[in-house]
Every structure is written in structure tokens, then in C-alpha cells.
Design a protein around this ligand. Sequence first.
Ligand code: SF4
Length: 398
Amino acid sequence: MTANLLGFDLDGLAAFCERLGEKRFRAVQLLRWIHQRGASDFGAMTDLARSLRDKLPGLCEVRALPVLAQHESADGTIKWLFDVGEGNAVETVFIPEDGRGTLCISSQAGCAVGCRFCSTGAQGFSRNLSTAEIVAQLWFAEHYLRRQLGHQAHGLSERVISNVVLMGMGEPLQNYAALLPALRLMLDDHAYGLSRRRVTVSTSGVVPMIERLAADCPVALAVSLHAPTDALRDELVPLNRKYPIAELLDACLAYLPRAPRDFITFEYCLLDGVNDQDAHAEQLIALLQGHRGQGVPSKVNLIPFNPFPGSGLRCSSRARVQAFAQRLNAAGLVTTVRKTRGDDIDAACGQLAGEVQDRTGAAERLARPRPADTGQAERLQTDSVQPIIWQPRNEALS
Ligand code: SF4
């Protein structure tokens, strides 16, 4: 298979060009054509030398991911299901808001972490996505949305997606080698030109890789916490047995001096009767405000659980979520409740991809209208100062 140029950051593309006897500035030209203009036809890249335009098609291509399904919500949220081969699919979601467009992308097909409340985790791990497959989600979404909006594809000024969150399927820090060039492309002014504040990596707590990320490409960090004690977190996020909470919070403290924001976002999925009681809130306050005697500058993002078959878990009541949030806020922890978006196309994230993996005809069913959502009466629509992060998933938590 020929090389997919979506998998190269600037240095990688420069090395590729060098092997062809081309100068580095050709890599810059290619990057701009591909990522800023959405071009995939080398013949249309008019400022490339004719000889290079003729040479490239036999050596490489800009290869998009096939779209298995696309769902559009009445609120503008769009969810894509991409085919990554061999029965695997991954999900990507665009959430529009006033002045902001957030894309939630996946980093793995399946996930090995196995969080109890996560549909993706329940399916197990298939494989890491390549850099090209991670970037292809952004490349497709950005240029699809520009076409929909009638934007001219001339560069960063026409950008639709302003924020990217690595909160889709998979644990991004367990796919670090592929993640890093993808992050660099997101930040590169010749590609997507996003600020480090607007690219968020969400992790379930792969401590050594948090340290690597701080050194290599410190973007905004979100941590899937979900429990205030090791005993409970061991059950909900099995990775905790390897990297317990104290080590995780130490890594967060070490990350902060390099971070583009002066706080770490902690995600906490509320599960009825499991981690949503007043005592849990008090433990969480003590943990985040008291760690190593100094606390961790934090924002807490509470996430109403989105049930999926076989989870054995229930979402907390609306009143319980509000009481939990109020308790944290009263203690001085900035706390928000994640807005829900795209309810009419909703499913716990990973479910749709899991159906494809199970080869149960998901693509055909996706093409049909979904029945009205009847199980989410407790969902919240609360004011939030938090950047909106896609909620139609429970696995959007890593
Ligand atoms: S929540 Fe994230 S880390 Fe946990 S199983 Fe799901 S995708 Fe993996």
C-alpha cells in the first residue's frame, strides 16, 4: 500500500520529500494543500513543480477513511462512524456551539483499559489507530463541514473546527507513537493551527506517558478520575491498580508547569449508588484540595452516565447530580455538569462501532431513523462554563 500523507507531520513529510530529492519547503506546500485546503489530488496542487506532481501519485496518496454512517442531530451535532478495516469502526463527533466547533476523535479501535462504565471498554481492544487514521478523522470532518457551510477552502481563516478533544474511543496515551505526530499536525500553522489550549488529551491515567506528553507536546490535559479512593477506582478504572491516584495526581502536578492551562480537568462519571453519594463528594474535595498538602488546581466535569446494555450500572438522578455538583462548588472546586448534545442520535459511544465489529448489520440499522430516546429522562441541560465536550458516550472519558 502506498504511503498515506495524512500520517506525516511536518518533519515526517520533510523526510519523505528528502527521500525523493525534494527540499523541505515542498513539505510545507504539501501540508498546506492537504490540511488547509483539503486537497487529495496532487494534480490540483498547482504550486508544486510539475515533475513532483507527476511523481507523487505512484508513491503516495491522501487516503481518507471510508464513512460507514453519519448521523446529524437536530442540535447540529454530527456523529460519524469510520471504517478502519477488518470489521473495526471508530466514532467521531462534531459539536457546534456559538463561536466554537469541537471535534471528539478516537485513538484506538476498542480499548484495553476496560473501564466499568464504558461501552468501548466492554468490547475489548482491537488495535491502535495509525497517525493517518487519527488525523483522517479531523481532515474529513473539517473539510466536510467547510463544504457544508460553503466556506472556501483557502486556509486557517476558514476553519470550522476550533477545538479537538482526544476523548473518543481508546486511551490515547496507550497509542503515544501515533498520537504525537497527530498532535503536532493539529498545532502546526501549516496544517490546522490550533492552539495548545484547544487540543485536549484525555487519559485514564497512564502516568509515565503524562510525563512524556509534558516534555514532547504539552496540550490541555483531562484526567478520567471517576472515583475519590483507590479502592473504588480500582473497580471502575482498572488501570488504577497500576497507577494509583496519588501517582496520578503527582503526574498532574508535574504536568502543570508545562500545561497551556493552569488547571487539570478531572472527569467524573456519576453512577447511581456507586460513586455519587455525599461522602464521595467530600472525599473528592479532600483529595483534590489536599493532595501533598497543596492540592491540584482543578476543574471537575461531572458526566451523567449513559447506560448501555449489560453495564449493570444506572445513571444518577438529576437531583443527585445537582447535589453532588453543589457540594463541590460550595467547597471551592470549579465544577460543571457536562451538557448533553445530540440526544436524538445518541448511543453510548462505542456501541455503534461495537455493532460493526460484531458484524450485526449496524451500518444498515444506522441508515434507518432511530426511535425516540426514551431512557434519558434524567439527563441534564445545565449552564456550563466548561468547553463543551461531547457527551453521547460514556467512553468519552479517557
Ligand atoms: S473510558 Fe476511555 S480508557 Fe476507559 S475503557 Fe473507555 S475508552 Fe478506554
